[in-house]
Write a protein that binds this ligand. Structure first.
Ligand SMILES: [Zn+2]
Length: 289
């Protein structure tokens, strides 16, 4: 299913987007009353653009970041998923939410530019266990798949919490030199609280110059909002906008493709979190199109 509102084929067959394409599959939708699950289809609906669907992951795709026993135990409902449940419907949806990020990454690796994966729930997933609303580490899986076509992948994890699961997977897989994980400790330092877009751009530029990635995966975490109820946030709404604008501007100027996803965000009502994600989408459009 092509996103007819956001992309048009040219006469030479390339896809030309007038807006940031969104990768989302209806099978990601689950009847589970938690914001990180419920906000995703609502974000897509409010984006007012047709999402692009994709093939789901197979069990073997999860082995790229995790031990086979852990993957099997979760999928057979022998052990809890990241929501602390043994829920087959949630587990089935994980095949789609994780594949969403790779679909967006594949798109930008092929066509360049930017793409949005309407997904979250990755960075607390460890090599052989999980917690914190994260089950399987879609960041590590997508980054590892990308290493077939680029030398290095830079993960800019803007969630307000430390991407401990990502770090654990990368160490277990011996990939810390090819997949660079920039997470809360580096991004959420106190100096960044007052950053303008230019400061964020300079910050991202330094990362790009240092690591020379062929792909950036960016988690535009909404729980970095200072008023997020989980209490880890440190940016105003304007600060979040500056963060997104600076990171998109730096990658665009450097010619590095970027796929971003939602991550974090627990504000009540849910609309406050969705508004932050829609702000990221607007900035993504403004910088790239
Ligand atoms: Zn978080």
């Amino acid at each position: 299913m092509a996103g007819a509102l956001s992309q048009e084929p040219t006469t030479d067959g390339r896809l030309v987007h007038s807006k940031t394409p969104i990768f989302y599959h209806s099978q990601q939708q689950v009847a589970y009353a938690f914001i990180s699950v419920q906000k995703i289809p609502e974000f897509v609906r409010q984006s007012a653009r047709l999402p692009t669907a994709f093939e789901p992951y197979q069990e073997s795709d999860f082995w790229l970041a995790h031990s086979r026993n852990f993957v099997s135990d979760v999928l057979l409902c022998k052990t809890n998923n990241g929501f602390g449940t043994k829920d087959a419907q949630i587990n089935q949806a994980l095949h789609y939410s994780n594949a969403s990020l790779w679909a967006a990454a594949q798109h930008v690796l092929t066509h360049g530019g930017v793409a949005c994966s309407a997904s979250q729930g990755f960075h607390h997933a460890h090599f052989d266990h999980c917690y914190g609303y994260c089950t399987f580490n879609g960041l590590v899986i997508a980054a590892k798949k990308a290493l077939a076509s680029v030398d290095k992948v830079l993960l800019i994890d803007g969630d307000a919490h430390v991407g401990d699961g990502t770090e654990n997977c990368l160490q277990a897989l011996n990939l810390t030199r090819r997949i660079i994980n920039v997470t809360r400790d580096e991004i959420g330092a106190h100096a960044q609280r007052k950053f303008a877009a230019e400061d964020w751009e300079a910050f991202a530029n330094t990362l790009l110059k240092k690591h020379k990635p062929g792909l950036v995966l960016y988690q535009a975490g909404a729980d970095a909002w200072a008023k997020d109820p989980l209490g880890a946030g440190y940016l105003s709404l304007k600060g979040l906008e500056s963060r997104d604008r600076g990171i998109f501007a730096a990658t665009k100027k450097a010619g590095v493709p970027i796929a971003w996803n939602l991550a974090g965000g627990y504000a009540n009502p849910m609309q406050k979190t969705i508004d932050i994600h829609l702000q990221t989408l607007r900035v993504s459009d403004e910088v790239w199109f």
